[in-house]
Design a protein around this ligand. Structure first.
Ligand SMILES: [Zn+2]
Length: 380
């Protein structure tokens, strides 16, 4: 069992909603270890990303409530966790922005940032019916912390000055952390596997996958969707905006479009509402489907990998945090740099970003269901 002193150095908490998302996250950890905490009945995965000590937990089931419990337990057991990330997969809005000119394709990443009325995550099903057909949303969530938002803005600025993200390089490193049999599953399925069906052409059999069942002539391939849908292999785009979160899965293009028009939601998932009510975290989601009725799990693991890679790229722009050891805290004496033994390992890509350190105190301290119900959040 990991003692409190052992846990004191971890300052980043990473929530992985499902096992495939945990696999992608742990694959990028350096100096990886397992930290059982009996009080929580949970084994945490811990390690280092750049100079950050990171602790990861997988939720026992999908949905907001298990995610809320997971982050509450984590913050109690790892009292110096300062930055919270929710990293996983989600359904994407294929067209958004002015005149719907922006495009999200499968494998792209959406990062939660404040927009208009929303703080980054819209808890869109929490509120009151004020008429038979009128629903007033009042599910407020917190916006990400200033540290995380500053890192996101630095990343956006960097990408305006120099095109291209570090995601391709991080994906290569991530795959080194996987067993051989999993490598094809975490590979980029390619544009030929990305079909966007017409909104008025629903999937008609919840048991069958689209392949061999649905009429692909009723879909648009990426090549049909113009330059903004074009991506090189392992080079997803990062989109910034509102992520919608609720306990009900969206497998309807009609509902998806409605959520965009009512809340400007560009990505839909089922956990963040349970985390962002009390935590100023950041949500990072790889897009594995279009939140419509069509059934396709080809993109889930790759989307989990692109989200994890993006999370690492952002984290490398967050200043690391100094925490005292438990012994020092007991005696009120000198602090130790929590990352002093970590440094930046060979092959680590944090070089190039010059990120300083800040100091903080010590004391501030589903199994998934059937795809018949759940598509976006279920592992194969
Ligand atoms: Zn289909």
């Amino acid at each position: 069992m990991a003692s409190l002193a052992e846990r004191a150095k971890y300052t980043v908490g990473w929530i992985a909603p499902m096992s495939l998302e945990l696999t992608a996250g742990t694959a990028i950890l350096q100096d990886r270890t397992l930290l059982p905490v009996v009080e929580d009945g949970t084994s945490y995965h811990a390690g280092r990303i750049g100079n950050h000590y990171v602790v990861m937990v997988v939720c026992p089931r999908i949905g907001a409530s298990p995610a809320s419990t997971a982050v509450t337990n984590m913050r109690r057991s790892f009292p110096n966790v300062k930055h919270i990330l929710v990293v996983g997969i989600g359904g994407g809005m294929p067209y958004y922005g002015t005149n719907l000119q922006e495009q999200i394709v499968l494998g792209d990443v959406v990062v939660s940032v404040p927009q208009y009325r929303e703080g980054g995550v819209a808890h869109y099903e929490f509120g009151a019916w004020v008429g038979k057909h009128e629903f007033s949303v009042s599910g407020h969530t917190l916006h990400p912390s200033s540290s995380l938002l500053t890192a996101v803005n630095n990343l956006r600025s960097a990408h305006m000055q120099k095109p291209g993200t570090r995601i391709p390089q991080i994906l290569r490193e991530l795959r080194e952390g996987l067993i051989d049999s999993e490598l094809p599953e975490f590979a980029d399925p390619g544009s030929g596997s990305d079909h966007l069906f017409e909104d008025n052409y629903p999937h008609l059999d919840s048991i069958k996958f689209c392949e061999g069942f649905c009429d692909y002539s009723r879909s648009k391939r990426r090549e049909d969707r113009g330059r903004k849908a074009s991506r090189k292999q392992d080079t997803p785009f990062i989109h910034y905006g509102t992520i919608g979160s609720a306990n009900a899965l969206v497998i309807s293009s009609e509902k998806r479009n409605e959520l965009y028009h009512s809340h400007e939601i560009i990505c839909i998932e089922m956990e963040s509402a349970g985390v962002m009510g009390d935590n100023q975290g950041l949500v990072i989601r790889g897009i594995c489907d279009y939140a419509d009725s069509h059934k396709n799990k080809i993109w889930q693991k790759y989307a989990a990998a692109t989200a994890a890679a993006c999370a690492k790229e952002i984290l490398l722009l967050v200043p690391t945090t100094e925490v005292p050891t438990a012994e020092a805290a007991d005696h009120g004496v000198a602090t130790r740099n929590a990352n002093a033994h970590g440094g930046v390992g060979a092959g680590d890509i944090s070089g190039g970003y010059n990120v300083g350190q800040v100091q903080t105190g010590f004391a501030h301290a589903f199994s998934a269901g059937s795809r018949d119900i759940v598509k976006t959040q279920v592992s194969p």
